[in-house]
Design a protein around this ligand. Structure first.
Ligand code: ADP
Ligand code: MG
Length: 226
């Protein structure tokens, strides 16, 4: 088994007196696995995803992704890590409002410094994969929630990340938009080209994953492979 993620007693607490968001969490995840993370609000799901995405450091313990020790990585190394290896889909989309859909999708390639030639075509190809070709020149405020999230998924995947992190990607959508977004996520996850870790409240979604990790009070309550 090719291990891509290795957590060793990873903990994260906030403030003084400390609020423990994550407490001594250890696990490994293999390359290409599709993992659903579930658990009540406040159980540490977003904290865990933020550590994996290099958006935050653990207070103690190790977070190793693709051999990179994120707990000791500096800002420059983390920025490079996020730009090259990670795609993130957030609950509230986080599209840049002043940019068109296609410009938002191009952003990871622009940040990486790819040659301009080819960037537009790559973004249009990604938009085609999420069924958003006709919305390429629209701005985020002109889109439905489901369309915004599909644009955000295209943006998260355009640089072929080895790890796709999604934090309740359907949490802010009605059921029809949610099912369109899930279809896109499931299509991508089924290709097993990247490791996919998705926080969800939906048992149906969790059932589609290879594995389900349930969080409770900052710890792993159960970890089941389907
Ligand atoms: P979940 O995503 O499962 O709802 P979180 O990881 O967001 O849970 O939060 C876990 C715990 O850590 C909660 O008690 C939350 O209030 C606390 N927490 C999260 N982020 C912060 C922060 N930036 N400052 C203080 N406490 C935080
Ligand atoms: Mg959360």
């Amino acid at each position: 088994m090719n291990i891509v993620i290795h957590l060793v007693k990873a903990s994260r607490s906030y403030g003084t007196p400390p609020v423990v968001a994550l407490e001594s969490v250890s696990f490994t995840i293999a390359r290409g696995e599709f993992v659903a993370i579930t658990g009540a609000s406040g159980s540490g799901k977003s904290t865990l995803l933020n550590l994996l995405g290099g958006l935050d450091h653990p207070t103690s313990g190790e977070v190793v992704v693709d051999g990179i020790h994120l707990e000791s990585a500096g800002d420059r190394e983390l920025t490079l890590y996020r730009r090259s290896k990670i795609g993130i889909v957030f609950q509230f989309f986080n599209l840049l409002p002043s940019m068109s859909v296609v410009e938002n999708v191009e952003m990871p390639l622009q940040l990486r410094g790819d040659p301009q030639r080819g960037i537009r075509a790559a973004a249009m190809e990604m938009l085609d994969q999420v069924g958003m070709t006709r919305r390429a020149d629209h701005f985020p405020h002109q889109l439905s929630g489901g369309e915004m999230q599909r644009a955000a998924i295209a943006r998260a995947l355009i640089h072929s990340p080895s790890l796709l992190l999604a934090d309740e990607p359907t949490g802010n959508l009605d059921s029809e938009n949610a099912s369109q977004v899930l279809e896109v996520m499931a299509k991508f996850a089924s290709r097993r080209t990247a490791t996919v870790i998705m926080v969800t409240h939906s048992d149906a979604v969790a059932a589609m994953a290879d594995r389900r990790i349930r969080m409770m009070d900052g710890r792993i309550a159960s970890d089941t492979t389907h």
